[in-house]
Design a protein around this ligand. Structure first.
Ligand code: NBP
Length: 485
């Protein structure tokens, strides 16, 4: 619990970087009784924050890294909330000379996990402890309680645990913050979280597109549909805000705002990083990667506008009426099934990373701390936690009884939706890649036998057989004989 505050008492923590996240986290800390010092590279931002929010708690401004460090009791926890990338290195460079061994630098931004490894090595050589910490929840989460994913030395985590667990979201009396693991485990898990968020957003967008363009439903009707879905298995923050976004009317045009928002999705890189790391680990995170690719396609607005004029699509017979009620329910089931695949893939990626980097990640605990505060918070995360509690060594969530049953319930609808999307020419890359993954994962025999045969034909790469051990090569274009290699 926080110590009693007093005007001269040293701060218990410092926050560096007072843009959206840093400012709101500092207010969160202050409002929960922690004494916090704040510093920002550009002084005006510090002054503005103090003027607007300085009375929300014991929040003290500092105007240089040295002044900031001098205000905080040792060992000093210093939370960096600056732009990911060079800004983090620069900020560390300015702070380091003033820090003492034992102090704890917490990088709460979306740093790439390999940068975290490098920075931790650099500061730890000087006795400073480094916590690469994922923080999710955006502006609102930072202020009221985010999901926090700290990684690094366990002793450093235990030092700041009372603070981080206090400012995090709480679900059923449990904090949405837990020690993730050593090294860059915290930032890695946050990266996968963001990758799953990419997949979630894309799947929701595909569901909207199918209902909007295969059924011709208007934004207001879709708002009601999503609001209804939020009362069932799909209950989540993203479904809830989808209903709100779809219901919003643009003040200037009088149209649904969503209809006048430009269809180009931007990105800051964490989804791409998640895919890149999955490729390195050999884990097929197809839903996340399709979501990243879909944003790339969306960015090609000029090309698409030109292509729309010349590339033909399917001819849809006039009067071919859709059974709206059935399709909407099918889309709901397809969305749920695809979402399960996206999470199964993301958790499989974390399992692989845990083994590769020796992190001993507790996947059930990770699902638990994502239940509140973060952007992908959802009812079904409870199911994931329960699945790992029941089977700690679970390889793939699809194999857990609850998810197996959910797939069994949804798969026919999922296939109907994709048939419709193909017939109508409405792209659904994440829905369809998720189904392709599901069908491939449940297939005992895939056509990789032919790939191996072809590789052996043109490159003498060899193959293994189903009926005996060893590696073989066939002299395909010569005498056709098979030789052991
Ligand atoms: P931004 O990512 O927009 O970064 C702005 C902050 O970085 C300002 O305080 C700015 O100081 C500082 N900064 C920059 Br830019 N270059 C600097 C440098 N060379 N040295 C020192 N400070 C520098 O802020 P944010 O949106 O609050 O995000 C902070 C971190 O949290 C990022 O890593 C972000 O990816 C992550 N995150 C953001 C969200 C979100 O919803 N926004 C959610 C979850 C995680 P200045 O005022 O002097 O320019």
């Amino acid at each position: 619990m926080p110590e009693p505050s007093g005007a001269q008492a040293p701060s218990q923590i410092a926050v560096v970087g007072l843009a959206t996240m840093g400012q709101n986290l500092a207010r969160n800390l202050g409002s929960r009784g922690f004494r916090v010092s704040v510093y920002n590279r550009t002084r005006a931002r510090t002054d503005q924050m103090i003027a607007e929010h300085g009375r929300e708690g014991a929040i003290k401004p500092a105007y240089s890294p040295q002044e900031l460090v001098g205000q905080v009791a040792r060992p000093r926890p210093i939370l960096l909330m600056v732009k990911a990338g060079e800004a983090v290195d620069e900020t560390i460079g300015h702070l380091l000379p003033a820090l003492y061994p034992g102090d704890v630098l917490i990088d709460g931004g979306n740093s790439h996990f390999t940068d975290t490894v490098r920075r931790a090595g650099m500061v730890e050589a000087r006795g400073i402890r480094y916590l690469g910490t994922g923080i999710s929840g955006g502006e609102e989460g930072a202020l009221r309680g985010p999901s926090i994913m700290p990684g690094g030395p366990a002793d450093a985590y235990h030092l700041v645990e009372p603070i981080l667990t206090r400012i995090s979201a709480q679900v059923e009396g449990q904090p949405c913050c837990t020690y993730i693991g050593p090294g860059s485990a915290g930032h890695y898990v946050k990266m996968v979280h963001n990758g799953i968020e990419y997949a979630d957003l894309q799947l929701i967008a595909e569901a909207y597109d199918l209902m909007r363009h295969a059924l011709g439903l208007e934004a207001a009707q879709l708002a009601e549909t999503f609001a209804g879905w939020n009362a069932g298995d799909l209950e989540s923050y993203l479904i809830e805000i989808t209903a709100r976004v779809l219901a919003h009317t643009d003040r200037s045009s009088g149209q649904p705002l969503v209809d006048v928002i430009l269809d180009q999705a931007e990105q800051k890189g964490t989804g791409k990083w998640a895919s890149q790391s999955a490729l390195d680990l050999g884990i097929p995170v197809t839903a996340i990667t399709e979501a990243v690719f879909a944003r790339f396609v969306s960015a090609l607005k000029d090309d698409r506008t030109e292509a729309a004029r010349v590339l033909p699509g399917p001819v849809v017979a006039a009067g071919e009426a859709e059974d709206a009620g059935t399709l909407v329910e099918d889309v709901r089931l397809a969305l749920y099934a695809s979402k399960i695949v996206a999470y199964a893939q993301g958790f499989e990626q974390m399992l692989a990373a845990s083994a590769a980097f020796d992190w001993h990640l507790d996947l059930g605990a990770i699902a638990r701390i994502w239940r509140g505060g973060c952007i992908i918070r959802a009812r079904f995360l409870d199911r994931i936690t329960q699945a790992y509690l029941a089977q700690p060594g679970l390889k793939n969530l699809l194999l857990a009884p609850y998810f197996r049953q959910a797939m069994a319930r949804s798969q026919d609808a999922w296939r109907r939706v994709l048939r419709r999307s193909v017939e109508r020419g409405v792209p659904a890359p994440a829905f369809s890649s998720a189904l392709a993954y599901y069908d491939a994962y449940r297939r005992e025999r895939l056509p990789a036998n032919l790939i191996q045969g072809l590789r052996d034909y043109f490159g003498a790469h060899g193959y293994r057989r189903t009926d005996r051990d060893g590696s073989f090569h066939t002299r395909w274009a010569q005498d056709g004989e098979e030789v052991a290699t």
